[in-house]
Design a protein around this ligand. Structure first.
Ligand SMILES: [Zn+2]
Length: 300
């Protein structure tokens, strides 16, 4: 390529890169704007919480990467008067652009991974605990763990008692409207005791010893810090299975004689939230079944 040809090429190259820089910058800001409009238009607090938790980190990462791309493009279009001297400068400039834009993208990604989760958690907590408004416009009250059990079915209670699941129960005390929201402990970040970043996450839970009717069970929760990699294991008690083994079924009732009774259903819930249903013709059959029932040996 002769000098004039190279010079013309650089001219075109710069034009294209200016356009690409513009696209990168616009994309970077547009992602942020669209994200904040979208999260702003979600009226329901729980839905907003879910949206932020699922999308916000990703959106910020895309925005950062678009910005890093814009940095790459703009560096490749500067100092044309130097680059026109020698073909080599074209590659040196490209190399510098790769280094700088990678650094920008990398630092951004690091901040998002290690510094940002704590910020996001604060924001999520705000939306989780901000008072809900019932359909009749009243401010609802968040029940305490002790109060909420009345509103949770056995499956939900078992789930809460054992695994890292929280059900928040909101009540409108005027008209008794109830709102139940489910939150998973696996998505939460906690403060790491070693590096003090808010980057400690629950990785998995294992039942060490299942609860029985006479003894408490034990559960291990394994946490890991995504920043410093330190691990933490905590032990938790699983409450005894409350089962009324001296249940009294009305055996002397001749239910079959009552024409309205078609069958008797027995519903059994495990502390893992599993649910089994059985149907019987008579209370006698049901009683016999219950006396022999063991959860792990499910009868055919
Ligand atoms: Zn740590």
């Amino acid at each position: 390529m002769d000098k004039a040809g190279y010079s013309a090429f650089l001219e075109n190259w710069s034009q294209i890169l200016y356009i690409l820089t513009g696209i990168g910058l616009v994309a970077s800001f547009l992602i942020l704007i669209i994200h904040s409009i979208k999260s702003g238009t979600i009226r329901d607090f729980k839905a907003k919480y879910d949206y932020l938790q699922k999308r916000e980190s990703k959106m910020l990462l895309f925005s950062t990467l678009s910005f890093a791309a814009a940095v790459f493009f703009i560096i490749n279009s500067i100092q044309n008067e130097t680059v026109v001297q020698s073909f080599w400068w074209f590659f040196i400039r490209m190399f510098i652009a790769i280094c700088v834009s990678t650094l920008v993208g990398y630092v951004g990604a690091l901040l998002l991974k290690f510094y940002y989760p704590g910020k996001l958690q604060k924001k999520l907590d705000k939306w989780r605990y901000i008072p809900r408004i019932s359909s009749s416009g009243n401010e609802m009250k968040l029940l305490s763990e002790a109060e909420e059990d009345v509103y949770l079915d056995e499956g939900m209670q078992a789930e809460e008692n054992i695994f890292s699941v929280d059900y928040d129960v909101w009540v409108d005390e005027v008209n008794n409207e109830i709102k139940i929201e489910k939150y998973s402990g696996f998505l939460e970040v906690l403060k790491c005791g070693t590096c003090t970043f808010q980057t400690l996450k629950l990785r998995h839970e294992e039942i060490l010893q299942p609860a029985t009717e006479t003894e408490d069970g034990e559960l291990l929760k394994n946490y890991e810090c995504t920043y410093c990699g330190s691990k933490r294991v905590t032990k938790h008690k699983i409450g005894k299975i409350v089962s009324d083994m001296d249940f009294k079924l009305p055996v002397d009732f001749i239910l079959k004689g009552e024409r309205k009774v078609k069958s008797i259903m027995v519903e059994i819930l495990s502390n893992k939230g599993e649910k089994l249903e059985y149907f019987f013709q008579s209370t006698e059959d049901a009683l016999k079944f219950l006396q022999e029932f063991e959860f792990d040996k499910e009868p055919a």
